[in-house]
Design a protein around this ligand. Sequence first.
Ligand code: SF4
Ligand code: SF4
Length: 326
Amino acid sequence: MSRLIDSFAELLGRAPRRKPVREEVSSEITDLHNRKRSDKTRIANIKIELAHKAQHKQPEKLRRKRWAVLIAVNLLFVLSFQLDIQMLEGALTASRFVGFHFADLNAALQVMLAYKHVVINLLIGTVTVFILWWLLGGRTFCSWVCPYHLLGEWAEILHLKLAQRKIVRDHPFDRRARAWFWLIFAVLALVSGYTVYETISPTGILSRALIYGPGLALLWVAVLLLFEIFYSRRAWCRYACPIGLTYGLVGVTSPFKVQYHLESCFHEGECRKVCLVPHVLQTVIKGHARELDVDIGADCTRCGRCVEACPTGSLTFKFKAPGDLI
Ligand code: SF4
Ligand code: SF4
């Protein structure tokens, strides 16, 4: 139960738990750290492998596959509209796939708060999407479907190149801001009767622009991307987007996780360098893990970049049995 509470609190912006003191970790974990510390050959081999990787940068295969899935999903909307094949109608906010209603969970919440009644089709769409994203892990939506995520990743590549040349530097914000944004837009929908967030949601703006053609709202998306390139790395998805938080909340009890294995980890930290939400990987820092196998928190987007970056295979995808979720 405590890991669920931690996961929930971290989503709302609480800092990850502090490093445990010696008395808080089992003797099994202490012995394991001692054994690993003395394995000098393994440590040296990992360093050689990392130096080789840095010189001969390989394409991230899973990342490419994920981009292909994300583009394919968004293309399906476009083609369905352009060719009028009615397989997938609507946009990411609300759609119908071969007759089944789907609704983005945050948009559905905004609509319910704004109009103060629940339409049956919206309810069906919300429940269907809830079950789907619960099974896949809520924030899987972000890295595998959201069109802004893809642009955000490309902006991040530019940001990192500029940062490497010391032209820009990252300015992190307080992660609690996202929960406040979520609350403010919920209250705005309730009191104004409008789905206010939808007017500034880069996810909705991009999805509609792809399907129905570009509009002035794209300027807002451009401003966000420029802000991320020149001022704050992945700022929107890290500190602001209420959709990300909604899906994160769905994913708190999801059976699909990224799992960390202390036994094989040598704490070189490659995973944290590539992660959109590195606070969820605090447990990989030497001395932080409280268990041998640790579920990564619900803010994780299941993008798989850490799984691919880890030189020791210490992060894996895992489907958990129902009894093992709490
Ligand atoms: S946090 Fe928001 S904008 Fe970012 S990927 Fe998720 S839904 Fe898209
Ligand atoms: S923990 Fe791994 S899978 Fe999750 S968001 Fe970070 S890099 Fe992606």
